[in-house]
Write a protein that binds this ligand. Structure first.
Ligand SMILES: C[S@@+](CC[C@H](N)C(=O)[O-])C[C@H]1O[C@@H](n2cnc3c(N)ncnc32)[C@H](O)[C@@H]1O
Length: 345
């Protein structure tokens, strides 16, 4: 699979316009604050963006960030501006042609930003242990439309867990399916290259994450994908694909379910760019100053991480009230827009 993917992203695709799905056409969620950062990035880098979501969580100043499958470096250069001169962003990719573009413009971006805080490494994301990256040395690991392409997703998440600092997070966008992918779709080289064939059924992903020590995956945002090529769409039949962004915190104390200990948090409104509300995930949109009841896991995701000083915390773990209300299972993605189609570039 590595050869097939290297060929697809190194030789066959020349720009985002060559893609056959709406995976990278995420205009709906492009926040205003990101536009000036992207406008500082060279066009040659931008034109080879093949991501499917936004992997720029807040509060990154001074952080050390690792981008798995960084491609031509769009996210690396956006994140470099967010972490600032005191932070660092490391991009890993296995495809020479993608890395050549990323490194070609390193000097250009250093001049533009006024600092050079990025590093690109050639390597496989299943073999991160072979790269010279210290365990527990990253605040945040990101990845944009890459994990689906990996033939060994367990190995990737195992290494992510090893490389993250305690309280750090894996914040990543990828493609998921509403069901398990049949072999015919999996073995189709174009569907695989297009990030569809290797996509996980969403609930298999949740179980995989648990297996690798990420007990409570949090869905941040999602949207249905359209396969714009009719031949490929026919090969996929009724499978519905979604682009989704998850965040997985490296917190060993997280439980497998949301348990209620009667706790709450109050957001101080002090995170840059989030003066009125803090969005932890799709179900936690926390308004400034409001007492917001949370389960034990959410409490820990805010208390034992870089977000801690931006909240007041109510309660502890001394009394248990059972399962947190509204903690259910079912398709987590929104299907609205599926029949009407999704606007694309
Ligand atoms: C869909 S592109 C996304 C690139 C980049 N994240 C972006 O948003 O533009 C997938 C990238 O992941 C890289 N990739 C895929 N599988 C990989 C693996 N197992 N190890 C390292 N890189 C990989 C490819 O070379 C390609 O550059």
């Amino acid at each position: 699979m590595h050869d097939l993917v290297q060929d697809y992203y190194g030789k066959q695709l020349q720009s985002s316009a060559d893609l056959k799905t709406t995976a990278c056409c995420d205009f709906t969620a492009m926040p205003d604050w990101l536009k000036p950062l992207l406008s500082n990035i060279h066009d040659d880098v931008l034109s080879r963006y093949y991501g499917c979501g936004l992997v720029c969580p807040p509060l990154l100043e001074g952080c050390r960030v690792l981008d798995l499958g960084c491609g031509s470096g769009r996210d690396v250069y956006a994140l470099a501006q967010m972490v600032g001169a005191s932070g660092e962003v490391v991009g890993v990719d296995m495809t020479d042609e993608q890395l050549a573009i990323a490194t070609q413009y390193q000097g250009y971006h250093a001049d533009k930003f006024g600092f050079d805080n990025v590093r690109f490494i050639k390597g496989f994301i299943e073999k991160l242990d072979e790269l010279d990256l210290a365990a527990g040395s990253f605040d945040v690991v990101v990845s944009n439309c890459v994990i689906n392409l990996s033939p060994d997703k367990d190995a990737v998440l195992r290494s992510v867990k090893r490389l993250l600092k305690p309280g750090g997070e894996f914040y990543f966008s990828d493609v998921y399916a509403d069901r398990r992918i049949p072999e015919t779709v999996k073995n189709d080289p174009v569907l695989y290259g297009e990030c569809l064939g290797g996509a996980l059924y969403w609930n298999d992903f949740i179980q995989l994450a648990k297996r690798q020590g990420f007990s409570d995956s949090r869905l941040v945002e999602d949207r249905p994908l359209d396969i714009t090529d009719p031949v490929l769409a026919a090969r996929c039949g009724n499978i519905q694909f979604f682009s989704a962004t998850y965040r997985l915190f490296n917190l060993d104390a997280l439980e497998s379910d949301c348990e209620d200990y009667g706790q709450a948090v109050v957001y101080r409104g002090s995170i840059a760019g989030s003066p009125h509300r803090f969005v932890l995930d799709k179900h936690h949109n926390i308004q400034i100053g409001k007492v917001f009841p949370v389960c034990g896991n959410t409490w820990r995701m805010l208390h034992d991480t870089r977000f801690s000083s931006h909240f007041d915390f109510v309660g502890d773990f001394s009394r248990h009230y059972g399962i947190f209300e509204g903690c259910g299972v079912g398709l987590p993605f929104d299907v609205a827009g599926l029949d009407g189609g999704v606007a694309c570039c």
